[in-house]
Each structure stands twice: as structure tokens, then as C-alpha cells.
Write a protein that binds this ligand. Structure first.
Ligand code: AMP
Ligand code: ZN
Length: 114
């Protein structure tokens, strides 16, 4: 999608601080980190968000979560933990309409979110 900032990161026309890439996924540091560890894991396939997922996407999203866990551990969160978040549409606070999992760690996070 030409007007999708994350698709443009996938194609390389917008730079990112890449953590991981394979044929299906890209992980990169968030531009405005909200915690000492704050990165995003996205599928390369353009899926706008949670509400646009189809049942057939379930294996892809399972692998995305597995990769998020693995990278969180590599970045030092295995013992202390992390938060894995997918914001959805306006009430969920989604600002980029290409599905992504935030991984936040490295400090204690409050609950509930504001
Ligand atoms: P959300 O509000 O859940 O849609 O999250 C979008 C996230 O993308 C925000 O935390 C932004 O800081 C982050 N973001 C936006 N543009 C970029 C970019 N070019 N590189 C890295 N992170 C970005
Ligand atoms: Zn996209």
C-alpha cells in the first residue's frame, strides 16, 4: 500500500532501526519509545488491523507472537517480562493502520492503561 508508512518501511523507502527481518516479518525499534525496550513486530503483508484479520491469518499471527516473544527475550526481557500490545482502531489508540505488535519492557508498566 503506497500510503502505508509501515509498508514503506518494509520496502525500504522509509528507514527504520531494524531488529529482525525474515520473509514474513519485520521488527524495528519504535520511533518514540515509551519504555527502555519498545519495538514493533509487523507482518510484511498489509493487514490494516485486528478487525480486518481473517481466520486464515491465525497461523501468521501465531508466528508473529512467537517472534515477538523470542526478540523480547533477546533484548533482555525474559526474566523481567514485557507487555505485548496490539492497538485497534480509534478506541484502542491505533495510529498506523498496518497491524503491529508493540513490545514494551525494561521498566514496570502501569495498569490499567489511561
Ligand atoms: P499505534 O498507535 O499502536 O498504531 O502505534 C504506532 C507506533 O508506530 C507508534 O508507537 C509510533 O511511535 C510508531 N511509529 C510511527 N512511525 C514510525 C517509524 N517511521 N518508525 C518507527 N516507529 C514508528
Ligand atoms: Zn501497510
Amino acid at each position: 500500500m503506497d500510503d502505508c508508512i509501515f509498508c514503506r518501511i518494509v520496502e525500504g523507502s522509509i528507514p527504520c532501526r531494524k531488529i529482525y527481518e525474515d520473509g514474513e516479518f519485520l521488527a524495528f525499534h519504535d520511533l518514540k519509545p515509551q519504555a527502555p525496550v519498545h519495538f514493533l513486530v509487523i507482518p510484511k503483508k498489509h493487514i490494516p488491523g485486528m478487525m480486518e484479520l481473517e481466520s486464515a491469518d491465525a497461523p501468521l499471527m501465531g508466528r508473529l507472537l512467537d517472534k515477538a516473544r523470542e526478540l523480547a527475550a533477546e533484548l533482555g526481557c525474559a526474566e523481567t517480562g514485557a507487555r505485548f500490545v496490539i492497538n485497534c482502531k480509534a478506541d484502542g489508540g491505533q495510529t498506523v493502520n498496518h497491524i503491529h505488535c508493540h513490545v514494551l519492557g525494561g521498566r514496570s508498566l502501569g495498569w490499567p492503561p489511561g
